[in-house]
Design a protein around this ligand. Structure first.
Ligand code: HEM
Length: 524
């Protein structure tokens, strides 16, 4: 009997093998959802190759091209639903918020980066512990609590403006605004969480280290930066360079987080601590959070505001300083002066009230226009959700294309234009103003704080300076919300470098206002 297989048998076996291999390489964690459009992909990668480095823009283009506000994709072996319009986001994130309350775990962030300090609140699947941590953070960041933090915002905005004032040397030096706002946001978070701040100039080493490490770690969380989250083959030690980098950054982050917590514990022991969120938790005998949960809150507080708040402030300032931002700046200045005609009133009153509607509208427009988390933090459904003629089963992962929804022309008039006035009108101003903070049951808990930070900083900057384009046009900012990002696959916008010209409106007045703030905050 001959052991050789006939050519027909070999072809049959190869075809069968090929068939099963392709089936395997096309398989996903969740079966295909019936009656929901799917964008065709290729084996192993699914749609990853088509999405490239530009997930928000490409999925928005698909939504327009095919006329599907919502569709399913395969990213490697994971099935993902995308919502791309204002209304479809509202349907899933707001109308069905109790179903869309959990978050998925992603390999790089959850298995490699987070093994020591646990997950942040924003990366935790929904369970009792997440609920407890979210509640503590939400209470510490609610409206009355944020009002009590305004002295810190007085201090940080004053320090930023004073340094910009001095470094711009009477308007002769154009400045890159990024570092001033990194320090503003980091110091605010550190003060609220640990009762400490990083003193010294914008180039302080610890400040640079925290900002840099948090930025890299944040990119390990990005839904578009880590193919190994979707393709298990890429997790093999020989193939994966990401694992090594993730582990290195985890250690660097552990170092400063431990330092901050130890500093606070030492101060509590010596009775020299200042009121702060973590101190309140440690000292509260009724508090039921364990050590891991405490660390998760610290991690959340340090990381949450650093990427997001500066991105808005930097790009908002870039816009105002540009030729097309000049009339907005002028209008904003006039509107502030109408409400606060007396010297120094605006600088001081912005700490206790938000009474200039144009600056509130400007804050919203900055948040919408630059939507600094273009693909919002991912969600997982815990109940079935009805959509059109289909039912999307519990356990499905959803990505909100927040950038596309915030640029949806069926909701916003001229969405590609920067128009603060849209928020002074009824239609666009009512309800959810934008999706920069996400929406629904897991919406950003820091939104009141962030809004107050942005409002105060812009009101003060506008009364202090007139911003002009940098002298050299090569230093002008890219003002496209996605194009301004130096790392297109980053979770949050990391603005490309640019410079701005500063013209002080009234030197003597600014000196007086700074002195008043310094007096008020000298003991902080
Ligand atoms: C302009 C600044 C900010 C922006 C644009 C922003 C944006 C976001 C977004 C898009 C989410 C996900 C929401 C969702 O899934 O629907 C989120 C979650 C979160 N943010 Fe913010 N954020 C900002 C500032 C802050 C600050 C200053 C803090 C705290 C100090 C903070 C704390 C959180 C927390 C704890 C979550 C997780 C909520 C959860 O998963 O339940 N954020 N943020």
């Amino acid at each position: 009997m001959s052991a050789t297989l006939s050519p027909t048998t070999v072809s049959f076996l190869l075809l069968t093998l090929g068939y099963f291999l392709i089936r395997y390489l096309n398989s996903t964690d969740q079966p295909k959802i019936k009656d929901l459009p799917e964008v065709p992909g290729v084996p192993l990668f699914g749609n990853l190759l088509q999405l490239g480095q530009d997930h928000a823009r490409i999925t928005a283009q698909w939504a327009k091209k095919y006329g599907w506000p919502v569709f399913q994709t395969r990213l490697g072996n994971r099935r993902i639903i995308w919502a791309n319009t204002f209304e479809s986001v509202k349907h899933f994130w707001i109308t069905n918020q109790s179903a869309l309350i959990s978050r998925p775990t992603l390999y790089t962030f959850h298995s490699v980066v987070s093994s020591s300090q646990g997950f942040t609140i924003g990366t935790s699947p929904w369970d009792e512990s997440c609920k407890r941590r979210r509640k503590v953070a939400a209470t510490a960041l609610n409206r009355p609590a944020v009002q009590s933090y305004m002295p810190f915002i007085d201090l940080e905005s004053c320090v930023a403006i004073k340094d910009m004032y001095q470094d711009s040397k009477d308007g002769t030096v154009d400045l890159d605004p990024r570092k001033y706002f990194h320090r503003f946001a980091l110091n605010t978070s550190l003060t609220l969480n640990y009762g400490i701040r990083i003193d010294g100039g914008i180039d302080q080493e610890l400040l640079r280290e925290v900002v840099h490490v948090e930025r890299v770690v944040s990119n390990f969380r990005s839904t578009s930066n880590n193919w190994q989250d979707y393709i298990p083959l890429l997790r093999l030690p020989l193939v994966s360079r990401q694992n090594k980098a993730a582990a290195e950054y985890r250690q660097r982050r552990d170092k400063y987080l431990t330092t901050f917590l130890d500093m606070l514990k030492e101060r509590i022991a010596n009775g020299t601590d200042r009121p702060c969120i973590t101190g309140n938790i440690i000292k509260d005998p009724e508090e039921t959070l364990n050590e891991a949960e405490l660390k998760s809150i610290c991690l959340t507080m340090v990381s949450a505001g650093i990427d997001t708040v500066p991105g808005n402030m930097i790009m908002g300032l870039g816009y105002l300083a540009s030729p097309q931002g000049q009339h907005i700046q002028q209008k904003a200045y006039e509107e502030i002066m109408k409400v606060y005609p007396t010297d120094g009133e605006a600088w001081e009153k912005c700490l206790v009230e938000e009474k200039v509607p144009y600056i509130t509208a400007l804050t919203k427009e900055i948040l919408r226009f630059f939507t600094v988390i273009p693909v919002c933090l991912p969600r997982t459904s815990i109940k079935d959700i009805k959509y059109d003629n289909t039912v999307i089963p519990a356990g499905t992962v959803f990505y909100m294309n927040a950038w596309a929804a915030d640029y949806d022309d069926s909701h916003f008039k001229d969405p590609a234009q920067f128009i603060p006035e849209r928020y002074l009108h009824d239609q666009e101003g009512s309800g959810t103003p934008h999706y920069a903070f996400g929406a629904g049951s897991r919406m950003c808990v820091g939104s009141h704080l962030a809004n107050r930070e942005i409002y105060t900083a812009f009101l003060r900057m506008i009364v202090a300076f007139h911003f002009v384009p940098a002298a050299d046009a090569a230093d002008w900012p890219v003002l496209d919300a996605l194009g301004c990002n130096s790392i297109p696959t980053a979770l949050t916008t990391e603005p490309k470098p640019f410079k701005v010209g500063f013209r002080i409106r009234d030197k003597d007045a600014l000196d007086r206002w700074i002195r008043a703030s310094e007096d008020r905050t000298k003991d902080l």
